[in-house]
Design a protein around this ligand. Structure first.
Ligand SMILES: NC(=O)C1=CN([C@@H]2O[C@H](COP(=O)(O)OP(=O)(O)OC[C@H]3O[C@@H](n4cnc5c(N)ncnc54)[C@H](OP(=O)(O)O)[C@@H]3O)[C@@H](O)[C@H]2O)[C@@H](O)CC1
Ligand SMILES: Nc1ncnc2c1ncn2[C@@H]1O[C@H](COP(=O)(O)OP(=O)(O)O)[C@@H](O)[C@H]1O
Length: 497
């Protein structure tokens, strides 16, 4: 897993690297510019493209100036540099890079006011006006420049972060900065890139290594962790010699209703395919034929009010919710499950029932995992103005109540009782179809049955779910939930190879 740092922590990482790796700040800037250019060349192979590089007066602008010189060296023919000269302050490395640039035959235009940009014509804009040094919302000339750039019919590639975009903290409802098609950012993605509101400022990002001290970065205190495949590989437990079905636990999935039986089947399939030794599905009588026909590996427990909960004590993992229905009898079952005092996996209708039963919500056994999407989460804890606030609530509730929240989205946030937020970056829009969440619940339950801790099951489950979807999406326009469940064993096998 990788630590994600705030801008000020990243500045400390810059300073630490400069001090301890005997590299000057100007050379670090050169390294950053080279790393940018390497990606840029692949993105813009056309050497005739008209490239306008807009440089501010800080270090972000310094990067832009170095990038202009390096692109010139790479034989890009139509480069123009615009010095966005709206402020009194200029960084030392910015000054040095202007001196270096002026030795080359690259047109440089000094911009004192927005009207001086009027003649700019470009296919590509490199945005190096303001980077992670942003300390207030854009106003005046800066905001006007951003809106001018956004109105151009050009592809915008931002250096490190689009001008005007906060690297962390809530994203302003009205964004006044530059909208970049691509952001090439240094060493680590910005925390805010993973929040859905970032679409106002960037379509996609690529992270390049610029040689900052990794030990220093990983030793910083940060609650934000990015799940990596290397980290996931370490979590996966191998199947043991002489093992048998009893070794891998017994999972129970309480799910399904007359019109939503598929949810139970999907969750059960995912549970079986993620490796649970035994899977029992507690579903209405009307679902038995479907279960026995489609999943002969699963066992069935017909659901009624007289369920004998004593037998549940021996189970290694229990999930409740997919397609369950919110009738009174299901509320009663949920209450009985909560009273077992064993960690549960709670999804879908179980979450809706909890939103009507605040008393039960606050009685959930510690280490239980809740897997809400945005609406389910807000039903539980009230409307949130933005995702930053939503994740803050999830984090607070996780810490206060010892619970785990898997807050689902394109990037899923896994909030743990120790206050850490693990961001999952696998998954893709081909997966945006009904039943996907049921499959995630099945995977997490299957992992818990195999005695993964709740935290590991949530982090690993979210990763495998998205990764299986990514693998399938390489050859498919859309990925269905049933296909995804079947892909899980292949994904795990490939990861541990
Ligand atoms: N350090 C290193 O070695 C490396 C750093 N790298 C690069 O440095 C970038 C960070 O550079 P940076 O810290 O100089 O800040 P930058 O974003 O250029 O801003 C400059 C100044 O702008 C001002 N300002 C802020 N907000 C404003 C606003 N809304 N409207 C108007 N003005 C505003 C503010 O000045 P102030 O207003 O405080 O006087 C601020 O100080 C980073 O993103 C990466 O590209 C890489 O080269 C790798 C090595
Ligand atoms: N565009 C996307 N990118 C990544 N993951 C996605 C995307 N769309 C959906 N998913 C994943 O699919 C799941 C959908 O869950 P949910 O909304 O509960 O579905 P359902 O209720 O139909 O089962 C989540 O885990 C989510 O992360």
């Amino acid at each position: 897993m990788k630590n994600l740092l705030t801008s000020s922590q990243m500045r400390n990482a810059d300073a630490y690297t400069i001090k301890h790796q005997s590299i000057s700040s100007i050379n670090l800037m050169e390294k950053a510019a080279k790393a940018f250019v390497k990606v840029f060349k692949k993105e813009v192979p056309n050497k005739e493209a008209r490239i306008s590089i807009l440089c501010g007066q800080g270090n972000n602008g310094g990067d832009g100036l170095a990038i202009a010189r390096l692109l010139y060296g790479e034989n890009y023919k139509e480069i123009a540099v615009y010095l966005i000269d709206f402020s009194e302050n200029q960084s030392e490395d910015n000054k040095k890079n202007i001196k270096r640039l002026l030795k080359f035959k690259i047109p440089v235009v000094i911009i004192k006011g927005i009207e001086e940009l009027k003649n700019l014509q470009a296919d590509i804009i490199v945005d190096a006006i303001l980077g992670s040094g942003l300390n207030k919302p854009l106003q005046g000339n800066y905001a006007d420049t951003a809106s001018f750039v956004n109105d151009l019919n050009a592809k915008v590639i931002a250096v490190d972060v689009p001008t005007g975009f906060n690297s962390e903290g809530g994203i302003a409802e009205k964004y006044s900065g530059i909208k970049a098609d691509l952001t090439i950012c240094f060493q680590r993605p910005k925390i805010n890139f993973f929040f859905p509101e970032s679409v106002k400022a960037l379509s996609r990002f690529k992270v390049v290594d610029i040689g900052l001290d990794e030990n220093f970065i990983e030793n910083q205190k940060s609650e934000w962790k990015l799940t990596t495949e290397q980290g996931i590989k370490k979590l996966i437990k191998p199947r043991k010699n002489f093992s048998h079905k009893g070794t891998y636990g017994h999972a129970l999935i309480v799910a399904g209703n007359n019109t939503t039986m598929g949810a139970a089947l999907l969750a059960a399939s995912a549970c079986i395919h993620s490796g649970a030794g035994l899977t029992t599905v507690c579903l209405p009588q009307s679902g038995l034929i479907a279960l026995n026909t489609s999943l002969p590996e699963a066992m069935a427990l017909p659901r009624n009010q007289h369920l004998a909960m004593e037998a549940f004590d021996k189970l290694s993992a229990i999930a409740v919710g997919p397609g369950l229905g919110i009738e009174e009898e299901n509320e009663e079952i949920l209450e009985k499950l909560v009273n077992l005092r064993k960690p549960l996996v709670l999804d879908a209708d179980a979450l809706t029932l909890l939103s009507q039963r605040g008393d039960l919500l606050y009685e959930l056994p510690a280490q239980s995992i809740l897997t809400p999407h945005m609406k389910e989460f807000d039903r539980l804890f009230g409307e949130h103005k933005n995702w930053w606030k939503r994740v803050e609530t999830a984090r607070r509730e996780a810490v206060e109540r010892g619970l785990i929240f898997v807050l689902k989205n394109q990037y899923t946030f896994v909030c743990l009782p120790d206050g850490d937020v693990h961001i999952n970056s696998t998954g893709n829009p081909a997966m945006a179809s009904g039943g996907m969440g049921d499959v995630l619940t099945g995977i997490i339950t299957g992992l818990m049955a195999q005695s993964y801790s709740s935290a590991d099951a949530a982090i690993l489950g979210a990763y495998l779910h998205g990764k299986a979807g990514d693998e399938l999406a390489k050859k498919r326009f859309t990925v269905s939930a049933s296909q995804l469940a079947l892909q899980i064993p292949k994904t795990i096998k490939r990861i541990i190879k």
